[in-house]
Design a binder for this molecule. Structure first.
Ligand SMILES: Cc1ncc(COP(=O)(O)O)c(C=O)c1O
Length: 547
């Protein structure tokens, strides 16, 4: 990974579409940093590196003053990051890390156009949305243009949690229903109302599931109830939702909403099979409920071909409410709920004002506009497709080489690497995944492991990620997996191309037994039989995703 030094941002920046912009980034970022450097000390000093305290003191103060439930990455050996640029983060010693997980810094950390937009608007005015201002309406107009026509009414908030909480209020007000169907392992935010509908949280805590919450199985065709060998996993998973609705009705309950991420992130990078959302929407609408698509993690072009991940399912699927956040402000707290005129009017008919002190303020809106501009001007959706395809291709080669890799699934720059202890049983390799992310950190690559078994390596980097970054990341992963597999004696000894039938030799007895079970080809990519999402606006092209 070529270094991007603090004093020469952009120099030596990797090739690739987005990387070409680094020169411009360099000069703008330099200007922005210049004043700070002058006032803070000589190059190389702690002040220059934006540090107030030594790492040890920071850690001690954090332990003393920050709530213990607020966790750090790599708790056993946390990293202190003092600055970032594009897809790179720098620690207090100036060491550069490749950021493969930060989907909040969507257009790149500290993008100069975003920084400049914020600065300019902060110098002029910041106030709440009770005054007329052009920024909020211009942002709403631009945002609506990215969505299907019916989704045209916006409510601005400061976080994805606030957006989802408001979405629930809209849904409940719409028909006066109360109940919510959520997917297993889902996470929708940290407010009480969202912990209630987030099995990812309430299943781990002492909370019990509330009676108005119904948990449907995650449409996971790799490890879920219906897999790639099922004739119609989309239909089968949707029927589970239908059954939940019927059971709720039988006990006198009424469905207000079905909520799901368009692709489940914390739940393990799960991509629902094509046709699932359409069928669910049909059942939920029939029950008088609404469909809420949570795009907090996966929106704003991350999937490449589409601006919103739900659009992968085809034009015949339109949610009633879409929530968004994280990438929207590139790190600035900015989020939104977009809905239909009908739902908005029903909400307003209660007579209660919706006021959010910071939501949609002129600075946030200016930042949001800059983010939209950069996505467009730097063709970051195109970059997500190109680099995402390349990365997926590299990872599939790794899958053919490493028995620890059970599945590679993803689209654009949203990819999951499902690590397994054995290929047939798909037993999650949780400890191995944790080991891998620590080892990757030593190689200065930031990754995380998530999902119900914390065995899925999540890749969702800033959208300026380049092919060279992808290659670097995969090379490091290859080295680490090779060592881990040698250590556990599970390394494939004979591997040919990813498309050839299995000729893998497993060294230990357990693996020999597995092979004799006579299940399907262990190195066949299960993702190939799955998902079949829409890759262009008009068609459900194939029965598989591009893994
Ligand atoms: C899918 C999803 N929805 C909502 C949220 C909540 O967003 P925030 O942390 O901005 O409140 C998150 C946060 O991780 C999320 O992943």
């Amino acid at each position: 990974m070529p270094p991007v030094t603090p004093d020469a941002p952009g120099e030596g920046t990797p090739r690739g579409t987005a990387a070409g912009k680094a020169g411009r980034w360099g000069s703008l970022a330099r200007q922005a940093l210049a004043g700070e450097r002058e006032s803070r000390g000589a190059p190389g000093s702690r002040a220059t590196m934006c540090e107030l305290y030594s790492k040890q003191d920071t850690l001690a103060l954090r332990r003393k003053h920050i709530g213990p439930s607020c966790k750090v990455f790599f708790a056993a050996d946390p990293i202190k990051i003092v600055r970032a640029q594009g897809q790179y983060m720098f620690d207090e010693r100036g060491e550069q890390y490749l950021d493969c997980i930060n989907n909040v810094a969507h257009v790149g950390h500290c993008h100069p156009e975003v920084v400049t937009a914020a600065l300019k608007q902060m110098e002029l005015l910041n106030t709440n949305s009770r005054f007329l201002h052009d920024n909020i309406v211009e942002y709403a107009r631009r945002l609506s243009a990215t969505l299907p026509e019916t989704l045209s009414v916006c409510y601005f908030t400061n976080s994805g949690s606030e957006a989802n909480d408001l979405a629930l209020r809209l849904a409940r007000q719409f028909r006066g229903h109360q109940d919510v169907i959520t997917l297993d392992h889902a996470y929708h935010g940290h407010l009480s109302s969202l912990i209630e509908i987030s099995p990812y949280k309430f299943r781990k805590g002492k909370d019990v599931k509330k009676e108005f919450v119904h948990v449907a199985p995650t449409p996971d065709t790799y490890r879920g109830k219906y897999r790639e060998d099922h004739a119609d996993p989309a239909g089968a998973y949707a029927d589970e939702v239908k059954k939940i609705i019927e059971e709720a009705h039988n006990s006198g309950r009424k469905i207000a909403a079905f909520i799901a991420e368009s692709m489940q992130s914390c739940g393990g990078q799960i991509i629902p099979p094509a046709g699932y959302f359409q069928k669910v929407a049909e059942y939920v609408h029939r029950a008088g409920g609404v469909f809420i698509a949570d795009e907090v993690q996966v929106g704003f072009g991350r999937v490449g071909k589409h601006f919103w991940s739900f659009q992968m399912h085809g034009e015949d699927f339109v949610p009633d409410i879409v929530t968004m956040g994280k990438p929207m402000g590139n790190g600035h707290p900015m989020a939104c709920v977009v809905t239909t005129k009908e739902i908005a009017e029903a909400f307003s008919s209660s007579g209660m004002e919706y006021f959010n002190t910071y939501g949609g303020n002129p600075v946030s809106s200016a930042i949001g506009l800059a983010v939209l501009n950069v996505i467009e001007s730097e063709d970051l959706q195109g970059n997500a497709t190109r680099v995402g395809d390349y990365l997926t291709e590299l990872l599939n080669k790794q899958k053919a080489k490493h028995t620890l890799i059970g599945d590679i699934r993803g689209i654009g720059l949203f990819i999951g690497i499902d690590l397994v202890k054995d290929q047939q049983k798909r037993t999650p390799a949780t400890d191995e995944a944790q080991h891998v992310i620590y080892k990757m950190k030593e190689k200065q690559v930031l990754l995380s492991a998530d999902g119900p078994h914390r065995n899925v390596l999540k890749i969702k980097p800033p959208m300026c990620f380049t092919e060279e970054d992808a290659k670097f990341m995969v090379d490091q992963l290859d080295e680490i997996l090779t060592v881990v597999e040698e250590a556990i004696g599970a390394r494939s000894e004979s591997v040919t191309s990813e498309n050839t039938p299995c000729r893998t030799k497993m060294p230990n007895e357990a693996h020999s037994e597995l092979l004799s079970e006579g299940t399907s080809d262990p190195r066949e990519n299960p993702s190939r039989k799955r998902n079949g999402l829409c890759t262009d606006k008009h068609s459900l092209l194939s029965k598989r995703l591009k893994t």
